[in-house]
Structures are given as structure tokens and as C-alpha cells.
Write a protein that binds this ligand. Structure first.
Ligand SMILES: [Zn+2]
Length: 304
């Protein structure tokens, strides 16, 4: 159902091997493959001599050792974090202790909206609730090292605190899990919000960077066009949900069954939350109605 997006799943970087993807940008793959992480989390090293890291990754001893080995003889001055899922930020304390670098991110983990009664944070184990940045980045804030300059670009949606990082004077943006070449990310309430996610996609589509280095998988090329395809894909998903609801009041399991053909069974829960994200957005916009706050157990019908 995703053939509308020009996905690229060619990625064969071995875990722990330093790969210079362009002058001044190195990447390292962590060995944590999975249905949400593809081949694993990618950490980036920016600059030479005095360097920044982006997303040190999970608390994985081998990956942390490989990252530190990659920068042996260099000084790590900054650690940037795109968001606080456990595959991106839990390595931060050990890298910070080893290097003394300052940690920069939008903020601690937080849900995109208040929890409904009886609602647990989604896929709870996926959140790094201990994370605290040394410096909270504002949208558009610019941070410079010796031979690099990064602009923080707030991109809430996958998580409320998600940020992308543009590498100034290049064509490159580090897109975290917001935009990836191998797949679309999960947008799951209450940590994620579809309205924020769509606004963040529109924000990136207006920017000039042509190449995105994501948190998982290969680089995104022709990025603005790719982002436009992402937006169309979500709009098509929304239209499919509305078509199904138009046939009569229904619930989320039925919508998942109707809208996601051939879904990996490990992703059923995530798909349900993704449909909930669309429904929250549609209820807010007054297109769809439900009793009370939109919830995973709710029943949905067209409004009016
Ligand atoms: Zn991730």
C-alpha cells in the first residue's frame, strides 16, 4: 500500500563500522535491528578534531565502545538528540561521561497531549523518560563548532520533542525518525500527534535541503520531493479511513484490517495507534465523531 513513496531499503553498512558518508560526516550503525529500527539506529559524527554526535543510540555497550573508538584522539564537544525513544538517547549518559560533551535537545520526553483516563503512554518501553538535555534547543536555534554549524528544526509529530538538524552550508539535514527512506515512522498517540506530524512535514517540504540522513536506513535523496510523497501517502491513508467510516460506524481493529493490507503482524498494535492518530486529527477537525475523547477502544462515525 506504500508504493506511492519511492522507498529505498538498500543499506548494508555492518554494525560498528565507521562510514564517511560525505566529507565531515561519519555514521555508525548500532546492532539493534527490528520492525521499527530497520537495520538498527544510526549515530552520526559531525566535523573533524572537535566533533558533534547526533543520536548516540541505545544503551548498547558494543555501540558505545565503537562510537568512542571512532572519535579516539578527537574531542566531542556536543551531543545532539533528535528525540527520546530508547533506540536514540539512552547512550547519552555514558558518552557524556566519557567525553564531557554538552547535551542538546528540544527537551525531556513528554506526551503530545494529556493522557485520557486509564490510558498508558504508548508502547511504554520505547520511551527514555530519564533523558534531560543540558541545553534545551529552540526551533531555529543555531549552534556552531569549530568546523560545523547546525540549525535546530523542531519537527514534532513522531514525538512531541522531535527535532531535525540542518547542517548549514551543506545540502544536508539529519531527519531522525521524522522522514526516513526505508519506511514511514509510527505516529502513535499520546506520544505522537498526526496534526503536528503533518505540519512538520509541510515545514520540511518548504526547506531547501536535498539530502536527509535519518536515524535508520539509507539517506533520503531528492528530499523535498520525497517529503511531498510522504504527505500524499498520509492523506491517502486518511481518505481510506474516511471511506471506511463512511460505510457505517466502526472501530479501530476493523479500520486497521481494512486500511493496512498485508501488515507485518508485529506492527498491528502500532498500526492501531497510527489509525488513532488520524482519528484524533479528524475528530479535532470536526470530520469524524466519537463518544468522549478519541481512544483505541472507541467507535467512530462521520460527523454531522
Ligand atoms: Zn528510531
Amino acid at each position: 500500500m506504500s508504493d506511492d513513496i519511492p522507498f529505498d531499503q538498500t543499506f548494508d553498512l555492518p554494525p560498528g563500522q565507521v562510514d564517511e558518508v560525505m566529507p565531515g560526516v561519519r555514521r555508525l550503525l548500532c546492532n539493534n535491528p527490528g520492525p521499527f529500527t530497520f537495520k538498527g539506529t544510526i549515530s552520526y559524527i559531525i566535523g573533524r578534531g572537535h566533533v558533534a554526535m547526533i543520536d548516540p543510540g541505545p544503551d548498547d555497550a558494543d555501540h558505545i565502545a565503537a562510537l568512542l573508538a571512532a572519535v579516539r584522539g578527537e574531542t566531542v564537544t556536543h551531543i545532539f538528540v533528535t528525540h527520546t525513544h530508547r533506540d536514540h538517547s539512552p547512550a547519552v549518559p555514558r558518552i557524556k561521561t566519557a567525553t564531557g560533551a554538552i547535551v542538546l535537545a528540544q527537551g525531556p520526553h513528554r506526551p503530545a497531549r494529556p493522557l485520557n483516563i486509564g490510558e498508558a503512554p504508548r508502547l511504554d518501553a520505547s520511551n527514555d523518560l530519564d533523558f534531560r538535555p543540558d541545553h534545551a534547543l529552540a526551533d531555529g536555534e543555531v549552534v556552531s563548532g569549530l568546523d560545523w554549524t547546525i540549525e535546530a528544526v523542531a519537527t514534532p509529530g513522531h514525538t512531541a520533542n522531535h527535532m531535525a538538524f540542518a547542517l548549514k552550508k551543506t545540502d544536508v539535514l539529519f531527519s531522525g525518525d521524522h522522514v526516513m527512506a526505508w519506511s514511514t515512522p509510527v505516529v502513535a498517540p499520546p506520544d505522537g500527534a498526526m496534526s503536528d506530524y503533518m505540519a512538520s512535514l509541510a515545514k520540511l517540504a518548504r526547506r531547501g535541503e536535498q539530502i536527509y540522513f535519518p536515524g535508520h536506513g539509507p539517506a533520503v535523496k531528492n528530499a523535498p520531493r520525497f517529503v511531498s510523497a510522504y504527505i500524499l501517502h498520509r492523506k491517502a491513508r486518511e481518505a481510506a479511513i474516511l471511506r471506511q467510516i463512511g460505510k457505517g460506524e466502526t472501530d479501530i481493529p476493523a479500520l486497521v484490517h481494512a486500511v493496512y493490507a498485508g501488515l507485518d503482524p508485529r506492527l498491528t498494535k502500532a498500526a492501531g495507534l497510527s489509525v488513532l492518530a488520524h482519528l484524533e486529527d479528524l475528530v479535532t477537525r470536526g470530520t469524524v465523531a466519537t463518544a468522549g475523547a478519541p481512544s483505541i477502544e472507541g467507535r467512530y462515525r462521520l460527523a454531522g
